[in-house]
Write a protein that binds this ligand. Structure first.
Ligand code: G1P
Length: 288
C-alpha cells in the first residue's frame, strides 16, 4: 500500500512572529504573493497525494478561506480580463481534496498529528510541517514515499544542522543503511549540544506507518511541556524499523525570521520579472 494521505499540522501559535501572528496564521505569511502553506500543500500534491488533512486551531480560518473557491472574485477578474490573476486562483483549485480538523488546545506537534488518526485509519501517511518549504527536482515527500515503497517502513527527512541550532530540532542517531539512508537508533527533541547524538536534525517531512498513532497515545509531555512527535518516533523505533533519509535539496525554515527573509529573497531571485532589479539592489546594499 503506497502513501495517498498527508497530514499538515498548522495549529501552532506562531509566537516567533508576534505581533503579526496575533490576528493572522503564521502559515499565511506571504512568500511574495503566495502564502507559505501554498508551497507545503503543493509539495504534497506534486508527490502524488490526493487527500490532505490540515490540522488547524483557533484563529486559523484564513487558511480555510485561502483553499476555498472564490466565485465572486473570479467573476470580477473575468469581467475585467485579468487572465494572469485568474490563472493564479485556478491553480489553487487544483488543491482539491483538502480536509480540516481543529486541534482544540495547543498541546504540541505530537498531539496535533494524533488528531489525524480517524482520518488516516490504518493507512500509511505523510506529515509535512507547515513552516518548512523544500525545493528540489523531486519533491522531498515524494523521495520519502519512494523509500517507504521499498522498505515498508516509516522514514523522516534529515539534514546536517550547525551546533548552535541543535536545540531547535529533533536530532537523530542512526546506522548507515544505504545511500543517504540511516536506520534510526535514537532521536532526541531539542537537545543541548552536549546531549545531541549527532548533527543530523529532522526537517519537518515524514512518512509514517499507522503504528505511529498508538505510540502517540503513549507519549507523555516532553520538551517544552508538549506532546512531541519526536518522542512518539522514539517509541515507534523500538517496535519497528524507522529510517532517516539525508535530504540533498534546499530547505527553508520560514518559522524563523531570518529563514523567512532568505526564502523570500530566494524566490524573488527566481522570478524573471524582478530578479534583475533585485540583484542590482542586493549588490548595492552589500557595498554599503
Ligand atoms: C519541529 C519538531 C522537530 C523538528 C522541527 C523541524 O519543531 O518538533 O523535531 O526538527 O520541527 O523544523 P518546531 O520547529 O515546531 O519547534
Amino acid at each position: 500500500m503506497t502513501v495517498k494521505k498527508a497530514v499538515i499540522p498548522a495549529a501552532g501559535l506562531g509566537t516567533r512572529f508576534l505581533p503579526v501572528t496575533k490576528s493572522m496564521p503564521k502559515e499565511m505569511l506571504p512568500i511574495i504573493d503566495k502564502p507559505v502553506i501554498h508551497y507545503v500543500v503543493e509539495e504534497a500534491v506534486d508527490s502524488g497525494i490526493d487527500d490532505i488533512l490540515l490540522i488547524t486551531g483557533r484563529g486559523k480560518r484564513a487558511i480555510e478561506d485561502y483553499f476555498d473557491d472564490a466565485p465572486e472574485l473570479m467573476m470580477h477578474l473575468e469581467r475585467h480580463g485579468k487572465c494572469q490573476q485568474l490563472d493564479a486562483l485556478r491553480e489553487i483549485s487544483r488543491f482539491s481534496g483538502i480536509h480540516f480538523v481543529r486541534q482544540r488546545e495547543p498541546k504540541g506537534l505530537g498531539d496535533a498529528v494524533l488528531c489525524a488518526e480517524k482520518h488516516c485509519k490504518d493507512e500509511p501517511f505523510a506529515v509535512l510541517l507547515g513552516d518548512d518549504i523544500m525545493k528540489d527536482r523531486t519533491p522531498c515527500t515524494k523521495q520519502l514515499i519512494d523509500i517507504f515503497d521499498k522498505t515498508g517502513s516509516s522514514v523522516l527527512a534529515i539534514q546536517e544542522v550547525p551546533t548552535e541550532q541543535l536545540h531547535r530540532y529533533g536530532i537523530v542517531k542512526g546506522n548507515e543503511s544505504g545511500e543517504n539512508l540511516l536506520l534510526l537508533e535514537d532521536i532526541i527533541e531539542k537537545p543541548s549540544p552536549a546531549e545531541a547524538p549527532s548533527h543530523f536534525g529532522s526537517i519537518g517531512r515524514y512518512v509514517f506507518t499507522p503504528a505511529l498513532f498508538s505510540c502517540l497515545k503513549r507519549t507523555t509531555k516532553g520538551a517544552g511541556g508538549e506532546i512531541q512527535l519526536t518522542d512518539a518516533i522514539r517509541l515507534l523505533m523500538k517496535q519497528e524499523d524507522v529510517y532517516a533519509y539525508i535530504y540533498q535539496g534546499k530547505r527553508f525554515d520560514t518559522g524563523d525570521k531570518l529563514g523567512y527573509i532568505e526564502t523570500i529573497i530566494d524566490y524573488a531571485r527566481e522570478d524573471n520579472a524582478m530578479k534583475k532589479d533585485l540583484n542590482l539592489f542586493l549588490r548595492k546594499v552589500m557595498r554599503q
